[in-house]
Design a protein around this ligand. Structure first.
Ligand SMILES: [Zn+2]
Length: 122
């Protein structure tokens, strides 16, 4: 018998999210490391290649920046699971809808606050 608990966060759901976050954390770390290895292997032979390498490095750095950001969000989310504050919007304190957590397990804000933040950033 499956009791539907789609609108509340229970321990089972938390465990599932925690697993997802840890998996994602590993994936991002691996991708970042593989990328770094690739860059290290490709040393420039002449200035043209050096330029390309420079561009590749810039790209890698921006990707790394995003990954670092995502990693940080994942770490924060894992911390909130431990603290027991997971699933609550950091800005307004309202519960983040389960559907949103399913889509973005490390979401820090409810949809309303997120939209407001994005507006302010523009
Ligand atoms: Zn909010």
């Amino acid at each position: 018998m499956n009791k539907k608990t789609d609108n509340e966060i229970d321990q089972k759901f938390l465990k599932k999210i925690e697993k997802q976050l840890l998996k994602k954390y590993d994936e991002i770390k691996k991708v970042g490391e593989a990328y770094q290895d690739q860059l290290d292997e490709k040393l420039p032979e002449d200035s043209k290649e050096a330029l390309n390498l420079k561009q590749a490095q810039d790209l890698a750095e921006s990707i790394e920046g995003m990954e670092q950001n995502e990693l940080a969000l994942i770490v924060q989310a894992l911390k909130r699971i431990t603290d027991g504050t997971f699933g609550v919007c950091l800005d307004c304190g309202q519960s983040i809808p389960v559907e949103r957590i399913k889509a973005i397990p490390y979401a820090e804000n409810c949809v309303k606050c997120k939209a407001k933040k994005e507006e302010e950033e523009e």
